[in-house]
Ligand binder design. Structure first.
Ligand SMILES: NC(=O)c1ccc[n+]([C@@H]2O[C@H](COP(=O)([O-])OP(=O)(O)OC[C@H]3O[C@@H](n4cnc5c(N)ncnc54)[C@H](OP(=O)(O)O)[C@@H]3O)[C@@H](O)[C@H]2O)c1
Length: 336
């Protein structure tokens, strides 16, 4: 008899990693515009934790699109199992990866199967496996949309002006704060791909990893302050944020820009006095951009570093790993 149920991780309540429950639930049906993906691997991202903790509305959403019980997760890599009648871009058997329905908390990726908007998916690069592909969507698209191309004209919840990437080339220097993390390690590789000089800020344990990825200068933030060592930078991409992130403004040359991936408070007077700009954005699902990033992954120009893997049933341990911080690349859940 065919089985109509699957295993999925669900939240029945908000709280710590212990509230992630391994359940048996119905296999979803793809809606119009969607395909059913048999999931091989799931990338773990900070919003999975925010939802688990109790945040149910993304910045910019007027109301929440999720209620308990909910399957968290946004990043998948897998194989198309079924296709809605109106989808002709993908076929059964295609290997795909994607960031699902973001910005919303309605990705439903921590599962053996997920119904996924076809437009959120791209073909998985043949040269990398599902674990590496699952690590790419959210962090890779965030780096892409901040540094290369926004890819949409939707208003930002963080600022009135449209975010505009800085043109990068051999005559530009980019400082990446939080360079070893999910977003940071993609951002530095995209900046290197564009020919820029890259200064990476991270804790000392990541020095050789970041050297292998081609950074030109490494600063261990536990020993030195970047703003005392680096000046005349064209662009700061800050994936760390927090109350002290405005000190990185002092590394910029006049006309430079700071892109906080985690939006924060900046003193407008200080920004104007330094002659710099501050601009943020919110990542959005985008299968077409993911296909472009996929070509770089296939060519080995950009690679996905895997911090650690856990089975889907052990999602709790994956979240406990994330809570310990100092992530190098991506945490990924594997699905049998
Ligand atoms: N705007 C958007 O649409 C968007 C999209 C994606 C992510 N985000 C946000 O961006 C942030 C980063 O996401 P992620 O997925 O890259 O996180 P992640 O994988 O956890 O990486 C964070 C990195 O920051 C490093 N770090 C921590 N404290 C630091 C400090 N004081 N100075 C320098 N580095 C430090 C950590 O390692 P070490 O301390 O060992 O160096 C780690 O490698 C999250 O807050 C997330 O919510 C926003």
């Amino acid at each position: 008899m065919p089985t109509h149920t699957m295993r999925a991780v669900r939240l029945h309540e908000h709280g710590g990693p212990e509230v992630l429950r391994y359940d048996e639930v119905p296999i979803p049906e793809p809606e119009p515009g969607e395909v059913l993906v048999r999931v091989h691997a799931v990338g773990v991202n900070p919003p999975d934790r925010y939802l688990r903790d109790g945040l149910t509305r993304m910045p910019g959403e007027t109301e929440s699109t999720v209620g308990l019980p909910v399957i968290p997760g946004t990043d998948v890599s897998g194989v198309v199992e079924a296709v809605a009648a109106d989808v002709d871009s993908l076929a059964v058997g295609d290997e795909v990866f994607g960031l699902l329905r973001f910005p919303s908390f309605d990705g439903r990726a921590y599962a053996e199967y997920v119904a996924a908007p076809a437009s959120d998916l791209a073909r998985k690069p043949a040269g990398i496996d599902h674990v590496h592909a699952a690590g790419a969507p959210m962090a890779g698209l965030t780096a892409w949309q901040f540094l290369i191309e926004v890819g949409h004209d939707r208003p930002s919840p963080f600022q009135a002006a449209m975010h505009r990437p800085t043109a990068l080339g051999a005559d530009t220097t980019v400082l990446i704060n939080g360079a070893a993390g999910g977003v940071g390690h993609f951002a530095l590789q995209l900046a290197k791909w564009k020919g820029a000089r890259v200064v990476a800020v991270a804790s000392g344990e990541h020095e050789s990893f970041l050297g292998e990825l081609g950074v030109d200068q490494f600063i261990d933030y536990t020993k030195s302050r970047p703003e005392e060592l680096v000046h005349d930078v064209d662009l700061v991409l800050d994936t760390v944020g927090g109350p002290h992130s405005s000190r990185l403004l002092r590394t910029l040359k006049r006309g430079g820009a700071q892109f906080p991936v985690l939006p924060g408070d900046f003193d407008e007077e200080e920004v104007a006095k330094l002659g710099v700009t501050v601009s943020s954005a919110q990542v959005r699902s985008n299968g077409a951009q993911l296909a472009e990033l996929g070509r770089l992954l296939d060519a080995g120009t950009v690679r996905v570093a895997i911090d650690s893997t856990f089975s889907l049933a052990d999602a709790r341990a994956a979240h406990e790993r994330a809570a310990r911080g100092h992530i190098q690349g991506k945490i990924v859940l594997t699905v049998a």
